[in-house]
Design a protein around this ligand. Structure first.
Ligand code: DHB
Ligand code: FE
Length: 280
């Protein structure tokens, strides 16, 4: 049976891609951020996942405002990347796992999550930056991937409570997958940030630290907020927190917090990192 090893949740700011491409990891601006990933790399090297199920949000590369699903699951044999206009390098493609994708899709639809299914899909910085952070060196990704995409772009957005349930359904579906696969859950985006409007640059350390703490043992306490309350507390783009909530939901049993990091700011965003191990 498939085994869920744990979850890694991290911010996905495009500027990180530039810092990686220009090898700026050791610069004073970047060091406190990149140093946060040491324990994550050690853990990944030890547990060696086969597949990453990645909860993330597209920002206009694969989906645009004309057609925008609330939830979408990739079912492609491979996922390309592209120039999104942020000046970050397009990475080599990611290998998919269509059998696992269809297993997840079947289970999700059976549980009432009417997801869009994507047999072709480009993944944007919301996906590629975290992958490059988790597996530096680039190119030859050691895991296959299943992208699970949540709408954070065009309102109405799915409620945090619904996203927690989505994550739980993904977790149950993985546990019933009849193949000896080791799965890592990834969630991307957040924490507080707002890129436009009169509150551009808004960051809320207190709210972020509360979420980083509560999401470990009491994810319902974070998932009880409405989308509008999250906008108020975490900024318009802080709603990317729903990817963290879904990722946490996929770990259905007991969890141990192995590592976290919080660093403000990178670009306009408060960055968060959390590594949870699944203890069944
Ligand atoms: C930034 C943050 C994001 O989450 C994003 O998708 C794009 C840009 C930023 O802070 O620059
Ligand atoms: Fe984003």
């Amino acid at each position: 049976m498939a085994k869920i090893l744990g979850s890694i949740t991290t911010s996905h700011i495009p500027l990180i891609g530039k810092a990686i491409a220009r090898n700026l990891r050791g610069e004073p601006y970047w060091k406190p951020f990149f140093d946060g990933f040491g324990p994550v790399h050690e853990w990944l090297a030890r547990v060696k996942p086969d597949v990453a199920v990645v909860f993330y949000n597209d920002h206009g590369l694969n989906f645009f405002l004309d057609k925008l699903p609330t939830f979408a699951v990739g079912a492609a044999p491979k996922y390309g990347t592209a120039d999104e206009g942020w000046g970050i390098p397009a990475l080599t493609h990611f290998r998919g796992d269509p059998d696992l994708s269809w297993h997840l899709i079947e289970a999700l639809v059976a549980e009432g999550f009417d997801v869009a299914t994507c047999q072709e899909m480009l993944v944007d910085h919301g996906f590629t930056i975290p992958m490059a952070l988790l597996w530096p060196g680039g190119g030859d990704w050691p895991v296959k991937v299943v992208p699970v995409e949540l709408n954070t772009v065009q309102h109405p957005l799915p409620s945090p409570a619904r996203c927690l349930k989505l994550g739980r359904a993904v977790g149950h579906a993985l546990e019933s997958y009849d193949e000896d696969l080791k799965v890592v859950i990834v969630g991307t985006g957040g924490l507080s940030h707002q890129l436009d409007g009169t509150r551009a640059g808004f960051i809320n350390r207190e709210f972020d630290l509360m979420c980083l703490d509560k999401i470990v043992g009491e994810p319902e306490a974070v998932a009880r907020y409405t989308i509008l309350e999250i906008v108020e507390h975490a900024g318009a783009q802080g709603v990317e927190l729903i990817n963290w909530i879904a990722a946490r939901g996929a770990l259905n049993g007991r969890v141990a917090k192995l590592h976290s990091n919080y660093h403000v700011p990178i670009s306009n965003t408060a960055t968060g990192l959390l590594l949870l191990e699944n203890r069944g």
